[in-house]
Design a protein around this ligand. Structure first.
Ligand code: PGA
Length: 310
């Protein structure tokens, strides 16, 4: 590392503080008052500083003093040093946040099938970061975004009226599921052929429901809605039990072995024209909100995982 000239290395923080105060206040007396030291102390500090620099730092103009060219250069340098310390201070605050901090993530219910798997390795790598994961439907996650409650949110349909940044996580194909005994199982199906079926929908406020409704409207299809259910698991079991058919994320069908053992064996994905509906999950955050180091690290980690997954 290149070091400053030997004389400059003798400069002390106290001398720089005295110099900064005199330069700013234009008076040794007022600087001494501000620093709670005597006026001769400040004068001595300035004299020693000027000797170390090798140039006078102030010159007298009538009864006032002003900075010489060397003094001005030193004043700029002192400003830069202060800036460096401030940056260091905020870096340390961030490092402390990583060592002992919190990461609040809101996730839509459908993403509950993969978010814990995603969060797990990150949490293991950052044992000091306490992760709070709230799992709610899309409307609730949007409300939390409005209120700025979380550091990050995982969702399929980010709202357009909040300033957001997004990073994609993974594809979310939505499929039509039916009981394995459905007469159209294993055949090519048109939506119109499902007009007589009983459709089970997620509750209003669900992103899955919103996408399904928009898709049906575009196709000019009116489903016979028999029931609304408040969770993907409830839908899955109701379909397996023969209560009707439904649009769900493919992940819901593929999820967890115990669920498959309980109800999954009784389910099929119908091969319906215009399906799967292709959507994607993203991690999002408010652009107008300061992102913590833990949140930035999490997004980097998500992007790394996505690259690895191809
Ligand atoms: P939801 O989530 O159906 O659980 O509300 C959908 C989504 O936005 O991924």
């Amino acid at each position: 590392m290149k070091r400053p000239a030997r004389s400059l290395q003798r400069i002390t923080p106290q001398q720089l503080r005295a110099f900064e105060a005199v330069a700013r206040l234009g008076s040794v007396t007022r600087a001494a008052q501000e620093l709670h030291v005597t006026q001769p102390t400040v004068s001595v500090q300035l004299r020693e500083l000027a000797r170390a620099v090798g140039e006078p730092l102030f010159e007298a103009v009538g009864r006032r003093i002003r900075l010489t060219q060397a003094g001005e250069a030193l004043q700029r340098t002192v400003g830069e040093i202060d800036g460096c310390w401030l940056r260091f201070e905020s870096n340390m605050a961030e490092v402390r946040g990583l060592v002992r901090g919190r990461l609040r993530i809101a996730s839509v219910t459908t993403a509950e099938y993969f978010v814990p798997d995603l969060v797990g390795p990150f949490a293991a790598e950052h044992p000091g970061v306490e992760i709070e994961l709230a799992v709610e439907n899309r409307d609730r996650v949007v409300e939390r975004l409005y209120r700025g409650e979380d550091d990050l949110a995982v969702m399929m349909l980010p709202p357009a009226d909040v300033p957001l940044e997004t990073a994609p996580i993974m594809d979310n194909p939505l499929v039509v599921i039916a009981p394995a005994t459905h007469p159209l199982a294993g055949r090519k199906v048109r939506l119109a052929q499902l007009a007589g079926d009983r459709w089970l929908m997620r509750e209003p406020g669900s992103g899955t429901r919103l996408v399904a409704e928009e898709h049906f409207a575009e196709a000019g299809f009116e489903p016979r809605i028999a029931m609304s259910l408040g969770s993907n698991e409830a839908i899955k079991h109701a379909v397996a039990a023969g209560l009707g058919i439904a649009v769900v994320s493919r992940l819901v069908v593929e999820s967890s072995v115990p669920a498959r053992r309980r109800g999954g064996a009784g389910l099929v994905v119908l091969d319906v024209a215009r399906f799967p509906i292709r959507r994607r999950w993203s991690v999002v955050w408010r652009r107008d909100q300061l992102r913590t180091l833990a949140a930035r690290r999490f997004v980097d980690y998500v992007e790394r995982e996505r690259r690895l997954a191809g």
